[in-house]
Each structure stands twice: as C-alpha cells, then as structure tokens.
Design a protein around this ligand. Structure first.
Ligand code: PEP
Ligand code: MN
Length: 279
C-alpha cells in the first residue's frame, strides 16, 4: 500500500509529538492521555478567555477554538477570522497552554502558523491535497480529522501527503463518519482507533463531540475511545451552550466537562497513561 510512511513497517517506534509551552511540554502519543478542549468557535474575547482559563484549571492540556469555521450554510457564523486568532494568542499567553485551530484555506497558512501550535485540517478538507502538501512543508504538528465519509485507507493516504512532504508530526483524529444512522450526528468508529494504533505509529485522538452531536453521549464515547487505545480527546466546552453560535447541542458545560475529566483521569491511570503534560 502507498501509505508507507504512516505505517509501522519503516517506523516501528511510536511518534510522540511534543509541544513546548509556558506551562511545560505537552505530549501527544503513546503512553499519554491528552485533552484538547474549548468551544467550537472563538465567539468573543471575553467569552473565550473565560472558558480557556476554566478548562485549563479543570485539567485540559490544549485549547481549541475555530477562527475560520467551515459551515454547511453560507449564512451561518463562520468565525472571527484573524481577530479570533489574536484571541487564541492571548489565551495561550494567559493560560500557558498550546492552541489548535483549523486551517481552511492555504491563503491563511501564514496567519495560522503565527498564532497556532497545531494546525487542524478539518473533515471537509481531508482530501484537499494541495492544502495537505502545503502543511507537509511546514514545521508544525498537523491534526487531520477523518473525512465525513472517508475510509481508513483514504485517511491514512491523507496523512501520507503530509508525511511525504517532510512533516512527520501528524495526528489522526476520529470524529465519526456518515452512515445510515441519524439518531447520532455521526457514527463513531472505535474499531478504527484500535486498528490505527496497531497499524500506524501516529498518535490517534477522538472527538466525541462531533462524533455524537449530543452532550450526554460525549462522556461515554470519550471513555470508550481511551479504553480502545486513543491517545487523547478533543472535547467542545461552552459556558452557555444554549447560546453558542455553533454546535451548542454537543457542547459540555464546564461542570459536565469536569465530571467527564474526573472519570477519564481514573481510566487513564488504570491504563498507565500519563495525563498529557510532563515537564
Ligand atoms: C471542528 O473540530 O471544529 C470541526 C469543524 O470538526 P470537523 O472538521 O470534524 O467537522
Ligand atoms: Mn464544532
């Protein structure tokens, strides 16, 4: 198969990504349980800084927040753009945590490189091959979310595009796929997590928020993901989900997030995982 750089054959040791920050080095990969948390989108400076400090104090390791949002409808809130990136930068300074945000268009690459510690390639762009090649040429970790209807092979080949351009720091993120089932937003593929941890040396994380679309399912799926071998999770948290500009129904309140983390810490310890950050 053509995903030769992504598999263990030529790279038996696990890739562990290290992100230096003011609060120490954050690691993503085997042996760790790393939590990425924050709202779907950066909505305002006040709201973002507040939630960033809250999730940090609760135990999150990396902050998320979209500044350039891919929206199904052209009339929906599409993020604050560069202003959103600056808010992320401020949150990084205040909390000392690294940040991740989505790159939608190669024209925004320079801005994202300046403000973000990890580049997120969203599901809708998983097969945007020119974008993948561009992020393959930079020195910054890239998290590739699984395409809406992508097979595991297509997903690995997307990772291969980045790897073969010279960027070895790739993280795979399972976020559910489209199936005939409509009672959940997507269908989470837990077997893909176990399969990829076996086949590939790359870190695998799971996004139980987009995978389910429902806040009450986030905790159970998060636990299933870690039990199946995922190296971390990406979870949407909003201080007032009813008023969120995107993805309110799947966003946890800070209280619920704390509860989910409590269970996860026990599970991580049981599985001999370090809790994301190690000095
Ligand atoms: C996101 O994580 O902000 C997002 C848009 O998710 P996905 O690309 O998985 O739909
Ligand atoms: Mn979202």
């Amino acid at each position: 198969m053509d995903y030769k750089l992504a598999v263990r054959d030529n790279h038996p040791e696990d890739t562990i990504i290290e992100i230096p920050g003011q609060a120490g080095i954050t690691r993503i990969g085997k042996g760790y349980c790393t939590i990425i948390a924050g709202p779907c989108a950066v909505e305002s400076r006040e709201k973002y800084l507040e939630i960033a400090v809250q999730v940090k104090n609760m135990g999150a390791h990396i902050l998320r927040g979209g500044a350039f949002k891919p929206r199904t409808s052209p009339y929906s809130f599409a993020g604050l753009g560069r202003e959103g990136l600056k808010i992320l930068e401020e949150a990084r300074e205040i909390t000392g945590l690294p940040v991740i945000t989505e790159l939608m268009d190669v024209r925004e690459l320079d801005q994202i490189l300046r403000y973000s510690d990890i580049i997120q390639i969203g599901s809708r762009n998983m097969q945007n091959y020119s974008l993948l090649r561009e992020v393959g040429r930079v020195r910054k970790p890239v998290m590739i979310k699984r395409g809406l209807s992508a097979t595991i092979e297509e997903w690995l080949l997307a990772a291969e595009y980045v790897l073969c351009e010279g960027n070895g720091e790739v993280i795979l993120c399972e976020r559910g796929i489209r199936t005939f089932e409509v009672m959940t937003r997507n269908t989470v593929d837990i077997a893909a997590v176990a399969l990829l941890k076996d086949l590939s040396h790359l870190p695998v994380i799971v996004d139980p928020s987009h995978a389910t679309g429902q806040r009450n399912l986030v905790g159970p799926v998060a636990r299933a993901a870690i039990a199946a071998g995922a190296d971390g999770l990406m979870i949407e948290v909003h201080q007032n989900p009813q008023e969120a500009l995107s993805d309110g129904p799947q966003s946890l309140t800070p209280e619920l997030f704390l509860d989910v983390l409590d269970h996860l810490k026990d599970l991580a310890a049981l599985n001999h995982r370090k809790w994301g950050q190690a000095q």
